[in-house]
Design a protein around this ligand. Structure first.
Ligand code: A2R
Ligand code: GDD
Length: 316
């Protein structure tokens, strides 16, 4: 069976490709021109690589008719909340129009693929202003442009599934971390700074944003296992939370990372790292994915953080 991974040039792509290869799929992966797929530790399996801009519908049509995948994993996105405040139109184009281009092309070409759309815990937004994990039935109240774009993708996915009987499963991924993530995201950012400090390339000061937010962190290697399980066993037209079920304060993430470095680090607040709106608490209720698949997260937070720190130590 062939799996198509769209947007494989980002953080998650290489991990998902290796997960799918280990499960016996033939994998075709698309990336943007000039992107290189990141394989952690260089472990790269046999994969067909192609270029695809999700905004080019003709190119999607050519790709689908040539590859005829049985499973499609749609990772391509503008994935940064911070960037979405600065580039709202670009975020809407890639995350909404890109998804419509894909679904519409699958519909028109008539290929029978199961599609996994990757959304975000950010879709819940203000609906999560509580201190209990959120389940998929909650009415979403997105609080930033990225979140609105991903909720729109979710609604479009459900619509296409209902209206055309297409096999579409939607995911709400909570914060995922691991080696290879860009330092624009919090765990990678702090580990990158801590590694620079440990190597004597940055003064012993870590610059931070809002440390009081609580987020639900899961290792990317657990996340891609969930994606492959949901592609097989998720119910079409439904949405699944993928996270750990626990919220950790960003200050706690910082403290754990500081302990990984031998240096005596001080912390400085950087006003530029604060967002216009930052939901205080996000945690996943993962009852549904546990019910419909055999998935559960396995990798401890401290292992993820030390792998990210070690990765930057070896890269710098
Ligand atoms: O923005 P870039 O240059 O890093 O490229 C991203 C790529 N991408 C596109 N691919 C095809 N056509 C486009 N028009 C287009 N615009 C951007 O999608 C990047 O290589 C990839 C997404 O990867 P990341 O940004 O690293 O996201 P990550 O962490 O791999 O997350 C995968 C999915 C995304 O849908 C997130 O929104 C969600 O999981 O959390
Ligand atoms: N990036 C960053 N840098 N975030 C910081 C910092 C800092 O120095 N200091 C505090 N934070 C806080 C942010 O304000 C936010 O509350 C939290 O750390 C997490 O920020 P990010 O790591 O940038 O991730 P995100 O939650 O905005 O978005 C990520 O997770 C989503 C799922 O919840 C991305 O991976 C999205 O694509 C994904 O959908």
């Amino acid at each position: 069976m062939k799996a198509l991974v769209i947007g494989a040039g980002g953080f998650v792509g290489g991990y998902l490709i290796n997960e799918l290869l280990s499960r016996g799929y033939d994998v075709c992966a698309t990336k943007l021109k000039n992107e290189k797929i990141f394989f952690y530790g260089g472990a790269r399996g046999e994969v067909t690589e192609r270029e695809l801009d999700i905004l080019n519908q003709q190119a999607i049509e050519k790709l689908l008719s040539e590859e005829k995948p049985g499973y499609i994993f749609h990772l391509a996105a503008q994935s940064s909340v911070a960037v979405s405040w600065k580039k709202p139109a670009l975020t809407a184009d890639i995350n909404i129009k890109g998804c419509i281009n894909l679904l519409e092309t699958v519909r028109q070409t008539g290929i029978s693929a199961r599609i996994l759309l990757i959304g975000s815990s950010e879709e819940y937004g203000r609906a999560q202003n509580r201190s209990t994990p959120v389940d998929e039935s909650v009415v979403c109240e997105p609080a930033n442009i990225y979140a609105v774009s991903k909720l729109t993708q979710n609604m479009i996915g459900r619509l296409y599934s209902e209206a055309y009987g297409m096999e579409i499963v939607s995911v709400r991924a909570f914060n995922h971390i691991g080696p290879g993530q860009l330092p624009q995201f919090v765990a990678a950012d702090f580990c990158h700074q801590a590694a620079l400090i440990s190597k004597g390339k940055q003064e012993p000061v870590i610059r931070v944003g809002n440390l009081s937010a609580k987020r639900d962190f899961t290792d990317v290697r657990d996340i891609v296992r969930a994606y492959s399980e949901l592609a097989l066993n998720g119910k079409s037209g439904e949405t699944y939370n993928v996270g750990s079920g626990n919220a950790v304060m960003i200050k706690d993430i910082l403290d754990r990372i500081c302990r990984l470095s031998a240096a005596d680090i001080t912390v400085e607040t950087d006003p530029a790292k604060f967002r216009p709106v930052d939901v205080p608490y996000i945690a996943a209720d993962i009852t549904k994915i546990k019910r419909d698949t055999s998935w559960q997260p396995l990798i401890e937070l401290d292992r993820s953080l030390s792998d990210i720190f070690d990765y930057f130590m070896s890269e710098i």
